[in-house]
Design a protein around this ligand. Structure first.
Ligand SMILES: [Zn+2]
Ligand SMILES: [Zn+2]
Length: 134
């Protein structure tokens, strides 16, 4: 089982390396994810800040600071792809879909969702087998 994952943006200008195991992996239904990314819920892998490093193309990245929340969205200024976002705990949140695209459309099993969380804040209900946490 690998404990390093390498992903790159659509244009290849920026590479990320993810090290170790994510702290959380699952579907997040919180309003912060909705607000920052304009999505109904987020498929996340959440990492400590030092587990995610930009291994190529740091000058090609831009951080968008949310106007009121302690959150940022980091994206490639060449292709516009979101690389990760940060939350108030300074974790780095990498989309499962972004990783999956870099692994021939197959998310590594050890990064797959284990649960839905902040499910009481949802705007979309999900009918699947995963646990639903408030
Ligand atoms: Zn790019
Ligand atoms: Zn969230």
């Amino acid at each position: 089982m690998s404990d390093q994952y390498h992903v790159e943006c659509d244009c290849g200008a920026v590479n990320l390396t993810l090290s170790g195991a994510p702290k959380v992996r699952g579907f997040c239904h919180c309003e912060d994810c909705r607000d920052l990314l304009k999505i109904p819920y987020h498929s996340v892998t959440a990492w400590e800040a030092d587990q995610v490093s930009i291994t190529k193309g740091e000058p090609e990245t831009i951080a968008f600071q949310h106007p009121t929340k302690r959150m940022q969205r980091i994206y490639c200024k060449q292709c516009g792809e979101t690389l990760y976002n940060t939350n108030a705990m300074n974790w780095k949140i990498v989309s499962q879909l972004f990783i999956r695209k870099n692994y021939d459309g197959k998310l590594p099993e050890e990064l797959s969702s284990q649960m839905h969380f902040f499910y009481d804040r949802r705007i979309v209900s999900i009918d699947d087998e995963l646990p639903k946490r408030p």
